[in-house]
Every structure is written in structure tokens, then in C-alpha cells.
Design a protein. Structure first.
Lengths: 239, 254
């Protein structure tokens, strides 16, 4: 599976490169690469916020005392039920009306992180629920504290279960960063649209764009696969 | 050592234990038998604090488990109180419940290190001794998924013993095992029972084994203890009609 991914990425890269070379990539590539730096910047910060919110709200909903649980549910339902683009508009164009001025990067990261965190929280909650009840009972019979039970027994097993779901969401997130061009950030998508308006190299420019997003997604996928391996070693190693 | 005083356990309207009076002396080996759904597992689970009770009191070593004595008044027990009493109890589950992400050795040292404050070296030494005792010295580095059911249950027993409980609770410890693995687990339990170091409460469908190792056998039916006695009497001369029916069914099956 991984090998196929590498081969496809390589082919896409070579095709993109030859098409771009043919079209004098020097003209528009630098601007698009500057856009890629913005995309990676926004994506990295958003992923950090997304993972944090997923774990906090997921655990809050699964195990929190009543007020924490209701807050988690409220957050999850509000942000799952609303469009990311509209949330981004709110962060950047509406919040200033209430005196909150966010930079474009802050608005983008906050909007994306909050939106994906709501989905991630459900993945985390599902994973926690999938750890068998008998595991908790064993920790009680062994007189372990609630904190040890969570950190040493339940979470490590839940992490192995939640990784595929979170990796999926992370890939979605990377691609969804294209929406931040709507709040004036010059990311890959914004740069591509702009360069296309300047040079009318539609095929070349959007081939490069496609390839860049694909490469970023592959990067996340390989990272996720490595993590998954690491956390389910005990299942893989059958004698 | 253990005393149930009018213990009531209910799930909604369903009363699973009905004003149960039941006690076990220190060092005694007691088997609980009875039809499915009669409340045998529940007796162990409320004792292990896996379930709360709706009425009555459970005493461990003379102290109430679910409540505590503050200036002569019984009040809701604090977490610290429950943990202190619970340290005297250890439970072996029907489905082992080993931690799948830890090796056999790690399973046995996890709680001793964090709950009893043992150094890692001390915990490893003790766990190694116990794994050797259950005949699994060479499997210390194996994950549960690499072990047979019988081996997993023996690791679970070692893990329980590593906490130095005074009372051992076994809930049908061989029911989830393939027949050829039942013997190896029973032999470990037999040694524990014969050692005289533990008070043992064993829920089982292995009538032959119950007869062999028990000081006393209790027959449960519909949330009550209906008959109890030394194995010879209870199996040889059952008085209760329900017990007679139960025994003839079990004998038919085997
Ligand atoms: N969590 C639960 N919710 C509702 N009923 C339960 C629950 N656990 C057990 N019971 C019921 O309690 C009764 C006694 O169960 P149990 O102690 O497991 O019986 P045994 O171990 O003797 O087969 C059964 O009728 C069972 O259906
Ligand atoms: Mg049972």
C-alpha cells in the first residue's frame, strides 16, 4: 500500500515538474511555493489545535463531570453542524464587530482547529468507548488510581484505535486549509488563482497545485502509518 | 474475613441479590455453585467494588467496605477507605482481562510499582518469581496475544498475586478455556488453595474440583444462598429440591 503511494506521488511529481518546466515554471513557481509555506504554517498550527481539542473534548464528553460533559457536547454539536467557510468568515469579518480582531493566520487556525476538533472529539470518544470494560475492571481489582487507569491502560489502547480516524481527519484538514484564501491568506490555492490570472497557464498551474496537496497528504499518511505501527506493535507481533 | 449483611443488589426493578447474608472465615476455601443468573458473579463483583449495592453492608476483616466508621457513625466511605480495604482483595476474571499492550511481566509489575510504590527492580523480581510459580517463567516477554488462553489466565493469576491480597476471588476462571487448558489453570488454583495462605472464594461449574479443594460449598439460587455445607454433605446428600435438580442436570451434562 505504502509503495503504491510513493510511486503515485513520484509520478505526479515528475509529471507536474515536466509540465511546469515546459511552461517556464520560473515565472509562477516561486509564488506558489511561497503559498505552500503559508499552507504548511497554517496546517501545522491547525493540526496542533485540532488534536488538542479532539482529546480534551473527547475525554470531556466520555468521562467529564456533568458541566464538562455538557460543554463538550455543546462545542462538538455547534462546530459539527456549521460550515467551515462560514466559521472562517465569522472569525475574520464578524468578530471585529464585537471588538475581537484576529490576524488572518489566527482566524484561519482557530476556525479550522475548532471545526476539525469537533469531529476529532467524536473519534476520540469512540476509541475510548471501544476499550473493553474489562480493562477498567482489572485496574479497579488491582487498586490502580483513576489517573493511572487513564494514562497507563485506557488511553494507550484508545490511541491505537483512534489513529486511523485522526489521520483521515488530518488529511482532510490539510486539504481544507485551501479555504483560508477566503480570509486573505496567500496560501497555495490563493497563489495559484492569482498566478493563473496573471499568466493564464491554467493546466500547468493547477497541476502543480494538485501535486503539492497530494504530497502534503502523503506526508501525513506516512506519519500516521508509522504511529499506527508503533501503537499496535503488540498485535502485530504474533509468535 | 468476609461478611455480607442483608446485602441488596438491584438493577432497576430486578433484585439480583436479595438481603443476602453470607460469610467466609479467614483461610477458608469456599466454592459458589448455582444455575446461570443466580447472582454468583454479582457476589464477587460487589465485593470487588465493581458494582455498588443498594442496601446492607459488606464487611472485610471486620470493617465495612462501602461505608466507614466516623466517631461511631457509619458514613459513605471515602476513596482512600475503599482503596485501603480493596488492597486486601484480588480478583481473577472469567475473560482474563490482561492488558493487551503490555507483556506478561509488564502486566504483573504495573500496579505494584504505581500502587505499592515498589522499585522497578523489586517488582520485576517478585513478578518473575510469580510467573515461575505459575509455570510461565519463559513467557515473561510475551504479549497476551502470543499466549494461549490457559497461559493468559495463569498470567492473570500471577498479576493478582503480585498485589499480595489476602482474599482471592475467582469468577469461573476456566469457563473461557478450551478443555485441554482447564487442567493447567486448576492445578495453579489447587496449589493456592492447599497453601492455606489465602482466603478463597471460587465461582465454578467444575463440581469435581469444587468438591476436591473446598472447605465449604454454597449453592445460590435466584439471588439467595439456599444451601451450604462441606462438599461431602452438599454433593452427597443435597436437601434442597432446587439443588438436587441442579446437580442432576450438571451431572447429566458431564
Ligand atoms: N449490568 C447488569 N444490568 C442488568 N442486569 C444484570 C447486569 N449484570 C447482571 N445482571 C443480571 O443479574 C443476574 C445475576 O447475574 P450474575 O451474577 O452474573 O449471575 P451468575 O454469575 O450466577 O450467572 C442475572 O439475571 C443477570 O441478567
Ligand atoms: Mg457468572
Amino acid at each position: 500500500m505504502n509503495r503504491i503511494g510513493i510511486v503515485v506521488a513520484l509520478i505526479a511529481f515528475l509529471v507536474g515538474l515536466s509540465v511546469a518546466t515546459f511552461a517556464e515554471l520560473r515565472v509562477f513557481l516561486p509564488a506558489i511555493l511561497r503559498g505552500a509555506v503559508v499552507t504548511v504554517h497554517v496546517a501545522t498550527l491547525s493540526i496542533a489545535l485540532f488534536l488538542l481539542l479532539s482529546v480534551v473534548a473527547g475525554i470531556g464528553r466520555a468521562y467529564g463531570a456533568a458541566p464538562v460533559r455538557w460543554l463538550s457536547v455543546l462545542y462538538i454539536e455547534v462546530f459539527r453542524g456549521t460550515s467551515l467557510l462560514v466559521i472562517l468568515f465569522w472569525m475574520f469579518f464578524v468578530m471585529p464587530e464585537f471588538g475581537l480582531f484576529l490576524s488572518p493566520v489566527a482566524a484561519g487556525v482557530l476556525g479550522i482547529g475548532l471545526n476539525f476538533g469537533a469531529y476529532g472529539a467524536e473519534v476520540v470518544r469512540g476509541a475510548l468507548a471501544a476499550v473493553p470494560r474489562g480493562q477498567t475492571e482489572a485496574t479497579i481489582a488491582l487498586n490502580m488510581s483513576a489517573f493511572r487507569r487513564m494514562t497507563r491502560i485506557v488511553l494507550p489502547q484508545a490511541v491505537a484505535i483512534m489513529i486511523p480516524g485522526l489521520v483521515n481527519l488530518t488529511i482532510e484538514l490539510v486539504k481544507a486549509t485551501a479555504l483560508v484564501s477566503a480570509v486573505t491568506l496567500s496560501d497555495i490555492t490563493y497563489a495559484a488563482v492569482q498566478q493563473n490570472q496573471l499568466h493564464f497557464r491554467t493546466v500547468e498551474i493547477f497541476s502543480i497545485t494538485l501535486m503539492l496537496y497530494y504530497c502534503l497528504a502523503q506526508f501525513v499518511r506516512f506519519g500516521g502509518a508509522a504511529l499506527e505501527d508503533r501503537f499496535s506493535r503488540h498485535r502485530a507481533r504474533r509468535a | 474475613m468476609i461478611r455480607f449483611d442483608k446485602v441488596l443488589k438491584a438493577y432497576g426493578a430486578l433484585e439480583v441479590l436479595k438481603d443476602l447474608d453470607f460469610s467466609v472465615e479467614k483461610g477458608e476455601v469456599v466454592s459458589i455453585i448455582g444455575p446461570s443468573g443466580s447472582g454468583k458473579t454479582t457476589v464477587l463483583r460487589v465485593l470487588m467494588t465493581l458494582e455498588d449495592i443498594q442496601g446492607g453492608t459488606i464487611y472485610v476483616d471486620g470493617e465495612p467496605l462501602n461505608r466507614m466508621d466516623v466517631n461511631g457513625q457509619l458514613v459513605e466511605a471515602s476513596k482512600a477507605h475503599v482503596r485501603r480495604i480493596r488492597a486486601k482483595l484480588g480478583m481473577v476474571f472469567q475473560s482474563f482481562n490482561l492488558f493487551p499492550h503490555m507483556t506478561a511481566l509488564q502486566n504483573c509489575i504495573e500496579s505494584p510499582i504505581y500502587t505499592q510504590g515498589l522499585s522497578k527492580a523489586e517488582a520485576v523480581e517478585e513478578a518473575t518469581r510469580l510467573l515461575d510459580m505459575v509455570g510461565l517463567a519463559d513467557k515473561a516477554g510475551h504479549y497476551p496475544s502470543q499466549l494461549s488462553g490457559g497461559q493468559q489466565q495463569r498470567v492473570a493469576i500471577a498479576r493478582t498475586l503480585a498485589m499480595h491480597p489476602e482474599v482471592l476471588l475467582f469468577d469461573e476462571p476456566t469457563s473461557a478455556l478450551d478443555p485441554e487448558m482447564v487442567g493447567e489453570v486448576l492445578s495453579v488454583i489447587r496449589d493456592l488453595a492447599k497453601s492455606g495462605r489465602y482466603t478463597i472464594l471460587l465461582v465454578t461449574h467444575q463440581m469435581g474440583f469444587a468438591r476436591e479443594v473446598s472447605d465449604r460449598v454454597c449453592f445460590f439460587d435466584a439471588g439467595k444462598m439456599v444451601e451450604e455445607g462441606v462438599p461431602g454433605d452438599l454433593f452427597g446428600n443435597p436437601r434442597n429440591e432446587r439443588l438436587r435438580q441442579f446437580l442432576s442436570k450438571v451431572l447429566e451434562a458431564s
